[in-house]
Design a protein around this ligand. Structure first.
Ligand SMILES: Cc1cc2nc3c(=O)[nH]c(=O)nc-3n(C[C@H](O)[C@H](O)[C@H](O)COP(=O)(O)O)c2cc1C
Length: 175
């Protein structure tokens, strides 16, 4: 069982990363293997360009996804368990996470469309964990997790999603 850990925490003293590490220790005991780590800050993922859109169309047409551009989508599609550590920013997640999802949402790798036009997930993972912390209280304004949940279940076909969150960490009276 392989675990992919996607780290979107940029602060050196990140509380989200600390929380995610507790989960990773537990998963390593269960699976017997450490997670493969993808540190998004170090990846330099850029917004989609028109050249990359053409690259995607050509790859889908030729069935050839060997270009290194597709490495994030392939890595995501292959993992058995996926853990994402994401701080709660501006009611959602850091833009870095959207760039990453743009890179993983490749028709022909993480999902495909049926002849009737319905998306069909192609990811192996049985479970997607979304770990987050927030300064205030998220309540029902959890747009980051709700988006990640919709994408991973409805498009990528990952059956189970869990959000692990710690809230109110920047509230002075709560410290
Ligand atoms: C750019 C930015 C935006 C933030 N937006 C929110 C917000 O909308 N609501 C909230 O409760 N906290 C917000 N926070 C506070 C963080 O959610 C909180 O400090 C969190 O624990 C940071 O995670 P980290 O310690 O892993 O970096 C924001 C922090 C930053 C730096």
């Amino acid at each position: 069982m392989s675990t992919l850990f996607i780290n979107a925490c940029i602060r050196p003293q990140s509380r989200t990363l600390k929380l995610a590490k507790e989960l990773l220790v537990k998963l390593e005991k269960e699976t017997g293997a450490p997670a493969e780590v993808l540190n998004l800050e170090k990846e330099n993922i850029t917004p989609l360009t028109v050249e990359q859109l053409h690259k995607r169309d050509n790859a889908l047409e030729n069935g050839d996804f060997s270009d290194p551009y597709f490495r994030y989508a392939k890595q995501f599609a292959e993992a058995d368990i996926i853990v994402m550590a994401v701080p709660y920013w501006d009611l959602s997640f850091p833009a870095l996470v959207k760039l990453y999802f743009e890179a993983t949402s490749v028709c022909g790798i993480t999902f495909r469309y049926t002849p009737e036009g319905y998306p069909q997930g192609l990811c192996k993972a049985k479970k997607f964990y979304y770990v987050t912390t927030s300064g205030g209280f998220i309540g029902d304004l959890d747009f980051g997790f709700q988006y990640a949940k919709a994408l991973t279940t409805k498009l990528y076909g990952i059956p189970e999603t869990e959000c692990i969150r710690k809230e109110g960490l920047d509230i002075v009276a709560a410290k």
